[in-house]
Design a protein around this ligand. Structure first.
Ligand SMILES: C[S@@+](CC[C@H](N)C(=O)[O-])C[C@H]1O[C@@H](n2cnc3c(N)ncnc32)[C@H](O)[C@@H]1O
Length: 236
């Protein structure tokens, strides 16, 4: 499973060095207003929830994540935002006492990769087939009929090494695997490796992904214009 414990202490530093653009992500979420409650699946250290909470102080926000070390940082970050609830849960066993107008995942659990004109494909942090189905069934139970599921869009993954804002070197290496790929993440300070993390991802072709999601009541809504931040699915 996509456990982020090793990366947790360095996550914010890497992400806010330009890996993700949180303002742009939240710009795209608020385009889906009106909503009164929102669930983030795989909220990590809470960077999206913080930006969203500041911009939508009346909306009730819930974040779930499998990795307690990531959530501990989110708890710290969000303690003054009483509208935000955080829960240490695996999406495959998701159990919350409410259904949401909007659920989303960005870089966490499920996301789409888009590479120019090529067909997008779905990436899952869950490496096995059956738990992916369990997770989507649980998400479906937690999205209101008429509500929406948004899955983040990222560019293609490739091997690279690049310095982050404090001069440390972030690098990643990708290897194909039977049902997807394996991604190795590293952070080094000079010769010293500070962080190493390996995650196994499962991938689905676009057609497989749409069929999978449709099986849980999520119908794809085609986008227009440039590469979006999220693909949108309507819950029947
Ligand atoms: C790349 S981080 C994204 C965090 C956050 N959405 C952001 O944009 O900064 C992926 C997160 O998904 C979480 N995750 C992976 N598999 C999960 C699962 N099965 N259930 C819940 N969270 C999961 C990881 O623990 C990690 O914190």
């Amino acid at each position: 499973m996509g456990d982020y414990t090793n990366m947790s202490g360095y996550y914010d530093l890497i992400m806010t060095s330009g890996y993700y653009d949180y303002d742009k992500i939240v710009d795209s979420l608020v385009e889906h207003l009106p909503f009164s409650n929102v669930l983030e699946i795989g909220c990590g250290t809470g960077l999206i929830l913080e930006t969203l909470a500041k911009r939508q102080p009346k909306v009730s926000l819930t974040g779930i994540d499998l990795t307690q070390a990531m959530l501990a940082i989110a708890q710290q970050r969000l303690q003054s935002h009483k509208q935000v609830q955080l829960q240490n849960q695996n999406v495959t066993q998701l159990h919350l006492n409410q259904a949401y107008d909007l659920a989303f995942s960005y870089g966490g659990v499920w996301y789409f990769v888009m590479d120019g004109d090529k067909e997008p494909f779905l990436v899952s942090h869950i490496a096995q087939e059956e738990p992916n189905r369990q997770g989507l069934a649980k998400v479906a139970e937690h999205v209101k009929s008429g509500g929406q599921l948004l899955l983040g869009v990222q560019g293609p993954h490739h091997d690279y090494a690049s310095p982050i804002s404090n001069g440390m070197m972030y690098s990643q290496k990708i290897e194909p695997s039977e049902h997807g790929f394996t991604k190795h993440y590293f952070l080094a300070d000079g010769d010293k490796t500070l962080m190493a993390q390996t995650i196994q991802y499962r991938t689905y072709s676009f057609a497989q992904a749409l069929a999978l999601l449709k099986g849980f009541g999520f119908t794809y809504q085609a986008f227009t214009g440039d590469k979006p931040q999220f693909l949108t699915f309507h819950k029947s």
